[in-house]
Design a protein around this ligand. Structure first.
Ligand code: ZN
Length: 446
């Protein structure tokens, strides 16, 4: 976030994330069921019909790729004619100094790629594809192949291409991937199963690892917020909604997102301290018109005997103080070992949400069920949008902050309370996004 104060030497942007997923006119969102349990290739799945050739691969990752490519061809043949039936596959090896894919050195490519000229899907069979599955699970591998397959669908249907509008091209591929993975999550795939709790969260995090750093500058894949938004449209509204994505609809979904830094040196990052936490709380209190905002203390200084909520932000009802586990919150903001979006708003969004939930708990003790948590998430999103407009408080949302909040909303260590009440991560994000886009009016019905 940015502050009008001159925090010596720092400056930056926060980002919040809201997965805005507004329903296309006339289409009702089909909610995902809450499911747990194993995810991956179904035991006893029919043998894949796609055979892999080419560079050396990892056995487990090859099985996932073969099943995914077979399943995608079958799914889209039913779902959207004409199917991308004449697609070729050509795995590559990014560790090879000589291998090429689509006239590009394989070493320059990412996990997977689509070549429009030859209608070929490629993926790094040797290194990056197996590594992605190791980190995020089998469905992350399915996700990237579904995304590349989505590009093939756009080509087949004559939708805007890579060179016409790169952001529309990428958003449609994310959306088609969401349509396919949505069918897996609803139990419609003979080859894969996928729960809507930790497996979906892992897929969303995988999606966030490849993103544009902020809405500023040349758009390529879109921000993390944009990507999850497009994926959610596919999950909830299906392929027809994906074909309706245009530059204009993307612009509408981005309304209210900060598009500039406060000044030339600003990069939207404030330190996570007791002081900045107080700025967050006073901003939320002003926005929601609280007569008695909670105090802020560190957990180390606590003398509280009746803590409520969950770490890293607990509430002490007897003193109306929020107790912060500052090292954990600072860790969330720094997260140097990960490609996930992180920064000050990873911590500030969690502090704001817990302050709001503490207020609800004071008003209605023992009622932090899913409706209350939904209302709190929505209010946190509405507050974030107000700070982006600089309508409230003394710290303001910066480009990139929304993505930092998305990571926090998907991190069970930061968000166990919200995750317990609303187990489907994409719903937590969408609820936050509803508040961001539509303000407090969107929260009152919850
Ligand atoms: Zn792509």
């Amino acid at each position: 976030m940015a502050s009008p104060h001159r925090w010596p030497g720092l400056l930056v942007a926060c980002a919040l994330a809201a997965a805005a997923c507004s329903s296309p006119p006339g289409e009702e969102a089909a909610p995902l069921p809450v499911t747990y349990g194993p995810s991956g290739v179904r035991p006893g799945a029919p043998a894949p019909t796609v055979e892999l050739a080419g560079p050396p691969g990892d056995h487990a990752a090859d099985i996932i790729a073969a099943h995914a490519l077979t399943d995608l061809a079958e799914f889209w043949a039913d779902e959207l004619e004409p199917a991308a039936a004449d697609l070729a596959i050509d795995p590559y090896d990014s560790t090879s100094p000589t291998m090429m894919f689509c006239s590009a050195p394989a070493a320059s490519l990412g996990v997977a790629a689509y070549c429009p000229a030859t209608r070929t899907i490629g993926w790094d069979r040797t290194a990056r594809f197996p590594a992605l599955i190791d980190e995020f699970g089998p469905l992350a591998g399915v996700l990237v192949l579904a995304h590349e397959h989505g590009h093939a669908i756009s080509t087949t249907r004559g939708l805007p291409g890579m060179h016409d509008d790169p952001l529309v091209w990428e958003q449609q591929a994310d959306c088609f991937a969401g349509t396919y993975l949505g069918s897996i999550m609803r139990g419609h795939s003979a080859r894969f199963r996928m729960n809507t709790s930790d497996a979906l969260d892992a897929v969303l995090i995988a999606l966030l690892t490849v993103r544009d750093p902020s809405p500023i500058g040349q758009a390529r894949h879109g921000t993390g917020f944009d990507r999850i938004d497009a994926f959610a449209i596919g999950v909830h509204h299906g392929a027809r909604a994906c074909t309706s994505i245009t530059a204009r609809t993307i612009e509408q979904r981005r309304a209210g997102m900060p598009d500039r830094y406060a000044h030339a040196l600003d990069r939207g990052e404030l330190p996570v301290t007791e002081g900045t936490a107080r700025l967050v709380i006073s901003s939320v209190a002003e926005f929601l018109d609280w007569p008695a905002p909670p105090a802020v203390v560190t957990r180390a200084a606590s003398e509280c005997l009746d803590r409520a909520l969950q770490p890293p932000v607990e509430h002490c009802p007897s003193t109306n103080a929020l107790e912060l586990d500052l090292p954990q919150l600072q860790n969330a903001a720094e997260a140097r070992d990960t490609a996930r979006p992180h920064g000050d708003f990873s911590a500030f969004s969690i502090i704001a949400l817990h302050a709001i939930l503490a207020q609800h708990a004071l008003e209605s003790p023992d009622d932090l069920g899913s409706e209350t948590v939904q209302r709190g998430l929505c209010q946190a999103g509405a507050w974030a949008a107000a700070t982006a407009r600089e309508d409230v408080g003394r710290i303001y949302l910066s480009p990139g902050d929304l993505d930092e909040a998305l990571t926090a909303l998907l991190d069970p260590a930061l968000n166990s309370l919200a995750a317990a009440a609303i187990p489907v991560g994409i719903t937590r994000i969408a609820t936050f996004g509803d508040g961001f886009r539509d303000g407090l009016a969107a929260c009152s019905s919850r």
